[in-house]
Design a protein around this ligand. Structure first.
Ligand code: CP
Ligand code: NVA
Length: 311
């Protein structure tokens, strides 16, 4: 089976979804779907034979690390994990120096960093594609997997009513970017002091007027097709935990919330979950939850990104 290459993505970076056009993002979802079918059919798909990926992690990870490693393996390539305590990006060596080394050995770099500017700098100083595995600003790999799950669940993305309940964080920002390119109707329901990035929101609303911010989560989810949540305290914000527990009072999703969704309504979570905060364990394991489909799809989404960028 031959999967079409998207010319516009070959050799490019994947730093944020708003750097892509609609066609490229939708094509990545299709590529992920095709690669998933090949894997399920046990068909060999070593399209990146002999290629290699450097994986830099300034923050912990279960899903991103496992699935990028497996993705390279299943595509016939190899991944090397680089822990921050060893390479100390920007401290032991400058970002530029690290990029100038890595590009001599690897065909691509995946990085999970605190500052978004770190992945921008890596991309600026490297000749090989750089993939954003989560920054404080956005989480574009997550949303590709999520949109594959939405497409599998609903068939068509256009007009799906999705409500993100919680912090206007990196995942919320990527939701806004993804909705802008796809015609998904998105509401970010968050406390007033936890709104998403203003520039991202403004640009997205120019492309898709059905993107809004609300502050009454229970009202926002009435009749929605998907309710999505994420942790209240993201990695790096741990000292704010106590304050956030108070500020997000009333935002804990329990199973009765799911009854307010449309007949086809589903629950989504990017994981890890903090039970008793953004949701209960019952919700995550409810039959309407597709959280583990999303997790599975990280593998297929990452293979699609690698296939289209590294080629
Ligand atoms: N959702 C997600 O990115 O999970 P990890 O932090 O485990 O990679
Ligand atoms: N918003 C969360 C996502 C974890 C995958 C964080 O940044 O910690």
């Amino acid at each position: 089976m031959n999967i079409e290459r998207i010319q516009a993505l070959q050799g490019s970076d994947y730093l944020a979804i708003n750097e892509l056009n609609s066609q490229a993002f939708l094509a990545l979802i299709d590529t992920a779907m095709e690669l998933k079918q090949l894997l399920k059919a046990k068909e060999k798909h070593a399209f990146l034979e002999g290629q290699s990926l450097a994986m830099i992690f300034e923050k912990p990870s279960l899903r991103t690390r496992s699935t990028f490693d497996l993705a390279m393996f299943q595509l016939g390539g190899h991944a090397v994990y680089l822990a921050q305590q060893e390479i100390r990006l920007g401290a032991r060596e400058s970002i530029r120096d690290v990029a100038s080394n890595l590009e001599r050995w690897f065909d691509g770099i995946m990085a999970r960093t605190f500052e978004h500017n770190t992945v921008v700098e890596l991309a600026k100083h490297s000749t090989v594609p750089v993939i954003n595995g989560l920054t404080d600003l956005v989480h574009p790999c997550q949303l590709l997997a999520d949109y594959l799950a939405l497409k599998e669940t609903f068939g068509d993305l256009e007009g799906i009513k999705l409500v993100f309940v919680g912090d206007g964080n990196n995942v919320a920002n990527s939701h806004i970017n993804a909705a802008a390119l796809t015609g998904v109707h998105l509401t970010i329901a968050c406390p007033k002091d936890y709104v998403p990035d203003a520039d991202i929101l403004k640009s997205a609303q120019l492309l898709n007027p059905n993107i809004s911010v609300a502050h009454d989560p229970r009202a926002a989810i009435q009749g929605a097709d998907a309710i999505y949540t994420d942790v209240w305290t993201s990695m790096g914000q741990e000292e704010e935990t106590e304050k956030r527990l108070k500020d997000f009072a009333g935002y804990t999703i329990t199973t009765d919330w799911l009854d307010d969704l449309s007949d086809r309504g589903v629950f989504m979570h990017d994981l890890p979950a903090h039970y008793g905060e953004e949701c209960t364990e019952d919700v995550l394991y409810d039959k309407r939850s597709i959280a583990f489909d999303q997790a599975e799809n990280r593998l297929h989404a990452h293979k699609a990104i690698l296939y289209q960028l590294l080629g």
